[in-house]
Design a protein around this ligand. Sequence first.
Ligand code: ADP
Length: 106
Amino acid sequence: SRLVQLFLNLVDNAVKYTPDNGKIRLSLYQQNHNAVVEIKDTGIGISSQDLPHLFDRFYRVDKSRSRQLGGSGLGLSICQWIVLAHNGRIKIESELGKGTCVAVTF
Ligand code: ADP
């Protein structure tokens, strides 16, 4: 049930931060002996200054852009907690204005 919560959270973020007509791609593949799930969007992206803080509790990028979308800034810290509890890794790559890719490896 925690894994469902994890992936719902990540897909929810991709939907929230991707404008209409954007694309969200989910993929699952094997890399070495690991399973990798990727959630990739063509949304508004995240700046390099914000990237290191995304897993901090209550951290939200540019309050003005996200306030109308709701959210508490807790989502990604909970995601990281769930991934670590399953001995996995979570990595976020993003470019402002281009999109975001979250990769979860177990
Ligand atoms: P929130 O509840 O604010 O969505 P999260 O912890 O899930 O909190 O995310 C922290 C911040 O990271 C968000 O406020 C948002 O600005 C940014 N963010 C998360 N996912 C994405 C994404 N896919 N694209 C762009 N920004 C994102």
